[in-house]
Design a protein around this ligand. Structure first.
Ligand code: V47
Ligand code: SF4
Length: 373
């Protein structure tokens, strides 16, 4: 193996990562400036196999985007609408519960619930949404509200973030998704989403969630105005918080989709950048157990390849996704379990259905049916 790395100008960095030594800021920058994707990917794959063996995780889940009405106007977002916009919507409680009931019948183990920052919906709406879903489906994990939504809800309720989180947890909230992180750089945020919670604010909400026993994911939106320095700083900030709390489950790099946004002059990300971000994230985030490819954003084929570049999880069936599709994603809105299993197996990995907390899900009936897939 050493002979392979020796031929690279990244030798010292890759060897360090291979020997489980932590990479620094300059290492991250050099990796982003290199085009030696195969060697970077080779080491990322080794680390992935050390952490997760040959397993590739997936989940049977259902996304519920309860409202697209948002008081913010992030330039990269094609999903949000103003309250007076005829394309704005807010689901009724019945609609939300019907979607949850349908997903439950389909075998979902997770509801993934996020929406815009509605300027008027009272905090009670959110508590009722979580408690009603939880009462109807006590065994299905509710992963809901980005750190940005949590901060908004705390403002709507006039209570602290920590109190907000405790009330939602009491109502049945199981964990937080990783959205809203974008890139932490204040200059990029100033340009793209000036009204949004700051990077430090996002990290603080996550710290408070972890401190009361709510675990979460983390994301990074890339492929717009950010520099390699912004990406590496973002990864290091996440790594530092993970050292402190251990509360992050997985990291999900999100490829920017420009269509229908105010940033539509950007091109979509390329496969080279997508795989570089994935592999470098695997090298930098030594204290994260899981790296997830969200196939909706990355595309099905690249998600499959990513299973050999550091990724050990390709998310799930999803069912209905509005945020990336509003921005022109041409992936389907759902994948069947059979399709997910096939693409994992053809990547030479062992498919493992997981729940939100990465416990394996055993389904005797399904396992028998899928023997031949
Ligand atoms: O917060 C918005 C991003 C996020 C665009 O935690 C965009 O398991 C690309 O966070 N192009 C929501 N991205 C999605 C998200 C997520 C998805 C799947 C799994 C998990 C998880 C989290 O999508 C937003 C924002 O960062 N986003 N607009 C766009 N045009
Ligand atoms: Fe609103 Fe979130 Fe879209 Fe920003 S990314 S405009 S906060 S829905």
């Amino acid at each position: 193996m050493e002979w392979l790395l020796k031929q690279s100008s990244l030798y010292d960095i890759l060897l360090k990562a291979e020997q489980q030594e932590r990479l620094g800021f300059e290492d991250g920058i050099k990796l982003f400036k290199s085009n030696d994707l195969l060697r970077i990917g080779f080491v990322a794959n080794n680390i992935r196999e050390r952490k997760n063996g040959n397993r590739a995780y997936y989940i049977i889940n259902r996304h519920i985007n309860y409202s697209n009405i948002c008081k913010n106007q992030c330039k990269f977002c094609a999903f949000s609408k103003k309250q007076e916009d005829p394309h704005g919507y807010t689901m009724s409680m019945k609609e939300i519960l019907d979607k949850a009931a349908f997903a439950s019948e389909e075998g979902a183990t997770e509801f993934h619930i996020v929406g815009g920052l509605h300027p008027e919906l009272p905090f009670d709406f959110y508590v009722k949404m979580i408690s009603s879903i939880h009462e109807s489906h006590p065994d299905i994990h509710i992963q809901a509200f980005t750190a940005v939504e949590i901060e908004h809800l705390s403002q709507m309720a006039g209570i602290s973030v920590s109190e907000t989180l405790k009330i939602l947890k009491e109502a049945g909230l199981g964990s937080l998704p990783g959205g809203g992180a974008e890139v932490f750089s204040s200059s990029v945020r100033e340009k793209l989403c000036p009204e949004k919670l700051s990077g430090e604010g996002w990290l603080q909400v996550m710290r408070e969630a972890h401190n009361i026993g709510l675990r979460s994911n983390a994301t990074m939106l890339y492929g717009h105005a950010e520099t390699p320095e912004d990406r590496v700083n973002h990864l290091i900030k996440l790594r530092e918080l993970q050292d402190e709390t251990g509360g992050f489950m997985s990291f999900i790099p999100l490829a920017f989709h420009p269509k229908n946004t105010e940033l539509s002059f950007y091109s979509s990300t390329t496969a080279m950048l997508d795989l570089k971000v994935i592999a470098i994230s695997r090298l930098m985030l030594d204290n994260f157990d899981h790296l997830k490819a969200f196939w909706i954003m990355l595309g099905i084929k690249l998600s499959q390849i990513s299973l050999r570049f550091g990724v050990d999880d390709i998310d799930g069936t999803v069912q209905e996704e509005k945020i990336t599709h509003a921005a022109g994603a041409n992936t389907p809105e759902a994948l069947s379990v059979v399709e997910i299993i096939r693409l994992i197996r053809e990547a030479g990995r062992e498919p493992v259905e997981r729940d939100t907390l990465y416990n394996p899900v055993v389904r005797k009936q399904r396992d028998a049916v899928l023997q031949g897939v």
